[in-house]
Design a protein around this ligand. Structure first.
Ligand code: 5GP
Length: 112
């Protein structure tokens, strides 16, 4: 998988506001926030997106959801939304799997 800005953030080659890290995952604030709280949860493993994940990634994918939950609580969010854009057609622009976590304001559904 080619280098992305997120693999460079993992290696600390470019700066980011990192708010959580463990052996498997990293969470950092989105540089262009779409809500008062908007952070991204990524695996350190270089998966392109959800469609790139395999059965062997089951525990890792579950871990990412639990990290999202933990960091949302750390950020004081009661309600929050998770989004993962899978593929360019769905709006994915960085090709390293990431879960957007948005909160801190009312979120309409369905989104515009
Ligand atoms: P996507 O469109 O792929 O679902 O989301 C990519 C997200 O990454 C966007 O919300 C964008 O603002 C964010 N992003 C892109 N480059 C950087 C960066 O260098 N640093 C941070 N913190 N976020 C980035």
């Amino acid at each position: 998988m080619p280098e992305t800005v997120f693999s460079k953030i993992i290696k600390r080659e470019i700066p980011a506001a990192i708010i959580y890290e463990d052996d498997l995952a990293l969470a950092f604030r989105d540089v262009n926030p779409q809500a008062p709280v908007h952070f991204l949860v990524i695996p350190k493993k270089p998966l392109i997106n959800l469609a790139d994940a395999q059965d062997e990634d089951q525990a890792l994918l579950g871990h990412l959801l639990l990290v999202a939950n933990k960091v949302a609580a750390q950020e004081g969010l009661k309600g929050f939304r998770l989004v993962t854009n899978n593929g360019a057609e769905a709006g994915q622009t960085v090709f390293h799997l990431h879960i957007h976590v948005l909160g801190g304001r009312s979120l309409n559904w369905p989104p515009g």
